[in-house]
Design a protein around this ligand. Sequence first.
Ligand code: GLA
Length: 388
Amino acid sequence: MKDTILKKFEEVFGDAQGAKAYFAPGRVNLIGEHTDYNGGHVFPCALTIGTYGVARKREDNRLRFYSMNFEGLGVLESSLEDLVPSEAARWTNYPKGVMWAFEQRGMKIPCGMDLLLNGNIPNGSGLSSSASVEVLTGFILRDFFGFDVTNQDLALIGQFSENQFNKVNCGIMDQFAIAMGKKDHAIFLDTADLSYEYAPITLEGAKIVIACSNKKRGLGDSKYNERRSECETALAELQQVVQIKGLGDLDEETFEKYSAHIGSEVRRRRAKHAVYENQRTVKAVDALKKGDITLFGQLMNASHVSLRDDYEVTGVELDTLVEEAWKVEGVIGSRMTGAGFGGCTVSIVKDEAIDTFIEQVGEAYEGKIGYAADFYVVEVGDGPSVLA
Ligand code: GLA
């Protein structure tokens, strides 16, 4: 990949002298969905697929961007004096947003750059292609200019840029999973205080399979922000009667005791998901530590049911992929992953069942939905890196 992107850089920007190549992963969340903005736990991991980039400092303040994923757009130009979001800037709003966020934090970027990207995460699939670009940009800025920031800071800066510059009210999970990724480990993160621990993903005789629904979604146009505010209102209602900082502070019993104080049935279901999903995540990590992969899979399945019925963020495409997956012998667990409304599912499938899984789920999906899904057998990889 390094050679391909360097060659393309040369083609697009004249030569590749002084240019450096980088990588930042995508992520998949195994369990703990829509809990990260509710002060709950998540359990994502970085993938070996992600965003490759080549960057080179410039002597002026210009910014020139090129993406091999959007070749039709050609070179998109901007400058460090123009770090404001715009529709015309298209995907470059992500790297520009991160540059803006560094400057907001008092880290002045001394010169412009040429940046070429090539991602092998399917766009808009819910595997965090945008967070990957954000962390990659922050990683390059640190490498170029020696800014004193940790990988965890890179995650927070990425999230800040997405919230404030790109106006998507996302939580911290995606950027954290990407910036802090560790090969063969998932990250058990408590979003209430950002404490975390790595848990080995040793799936003996099984693999993680991602099924992409090919129904495109963008967080901005989804009901993501609506769900967030439903949870915020439910939290405020509960705070009238019980002392909590977030829905993640409640266990199931305490929630049931006070849930009648939530003023609408819909909000009650939203909050119920946030509370139960958080508890499921804690139980799932515990099961994994004890080597009980069967229980882990059952909790994944229960997570999907809750996202479908109580949180209502699945849709016919994701439900079909998951419900068909459940029918295949050798599937340990299957659920939607990411924000929902489209994007991907994540399944843990026994090695000997993977071919049947892809064939059977693929056929049923295409038959019902009218277009094909894509399948990826993925590996858990490290965080961002310089390509040697
Ligand atoms: C998106 C957001 C995350 C998280 C998930 C849902 O991926 O970016 O912060 O809220 O949705 O779990």
